[in-house]
Ligand binder design. Sequence first.
Ligand SMILES: CCCCCCC/C=C/C(=O)SCCNC(=O)CCNC(=O)[C@H](O)C(C)(C)COP(=O)(O)OP(=O)(O)OC[C@H]1O[C@@H](n2cnc3c(N)ncnc32)[C@H](O)[C@@H]1OP(=O)(O)O
Length: 294
Amino acid sequence: MANIAKIFATRAQGVLQAAARQPQVATRFSSSSTNNWEYIKTEVAGEGKNVAVITLNRPKALNALCNGLMKELSTALQQFSKDQSIAAIVLTGSEKAFAAGADIKEMVGNTYSQCIQGNFLNDWTEVARTQKPIIAAVNGYALGGGCELAMMCDIIYAGDKAKFGQPEIALGTIPGAGGTQRLTRVVGKSKAMEMCLTGNMIGAQEAEKLGLASKVVPADQLLGEAVKLGEKIGTHSNLIVQLCKESVNTAYETTLQEGLKFERRTFHATFSTADRKEGMTAFAEKRPAKFTNE
Ligand SMILES: CCCCCCC/C=C/C(=O)SCCNC(=O)CCNC(=O)[C@H](O)C(C)(C)COP(=O)(O)OP(=O)(O)OC[C@H]1O[C@@H](n2cnc3c(N)ncnc32)[C@H](O)[C@@H]1OP(=O)(O)O
């Protein structure tokens, strides 16, 4: 057990050191400047321009996730991750579809050996690897890989007409990027089984009731609300937010005892940061904290 605590302490210290090594120079970009995106749009939003918005932009195919789109999404996420001026990322789609799943027409000819040897989907999980908080703002359909993509994000806000589902069973396949795993952990076995075995969709209100979405808002206010949430997160120390995200995620990846130990060691590690000192000092001095992400 002492060893586990040591590993966790080293991991937390590593995160702090890696964050401290990040260049402090902001590399602001937009779709019209350094990137010519085909399948996505990127912009920065919020009063302090510290919330990145990535919009899936393949309207004719209801944002079906093709290789090109997923490559662009990964690239944009990596760029925003390195940008020290960005505190949170919002991922959204159109009013009709967040994403209607992986591109069925692109997958139709795939063979088993190609999937195995090409490690199909292995490059599609950048969202789950990103250290900054990602908010999915879901309007319309989030089906199959679209639902899985939303679940890879940290927080889901749903427009009131959003529909979530795992319809892969009707295509003769099963969810391949977390639909049987993340969904089950969130909504429980019975509901996940029902959704995956029938392909039936659930609406935004039910998604909120089940804990899949944390908030439902009118469709036309969704993006604004998601950006506001990103801005609120951005008022805190980016460094501590990163540690906190990692600690919450650990709850999904380990036992309760190991998770509690990881949380405790990470909590201890915050005492090595300037931002922890500043946060507590500011409280005692009755003034707003000025975090430096160190
Ligand atoms: C982040 C990692 C992801 C990893 C993915 C892992 C594996 C995932 C597998 C899957 O996701 S399988 C796909 C699951 N999704 C579906 O089965 C939904 C398919 N779409 C529909 O059922 C319907 O389109 C709809 C969403 C119910 C909407 O119906 P509506 O009648 O309003 O529109 P359509 O005319 O059907 O669609 C418009 C246009 O869009 C094309 N399209 C829609 N979904 C897809 C898709 N998943 N792949 C490719 N193309 C799609 C549809 O074909 C239409 O285009 P045209 O044929 O008219 O050119």
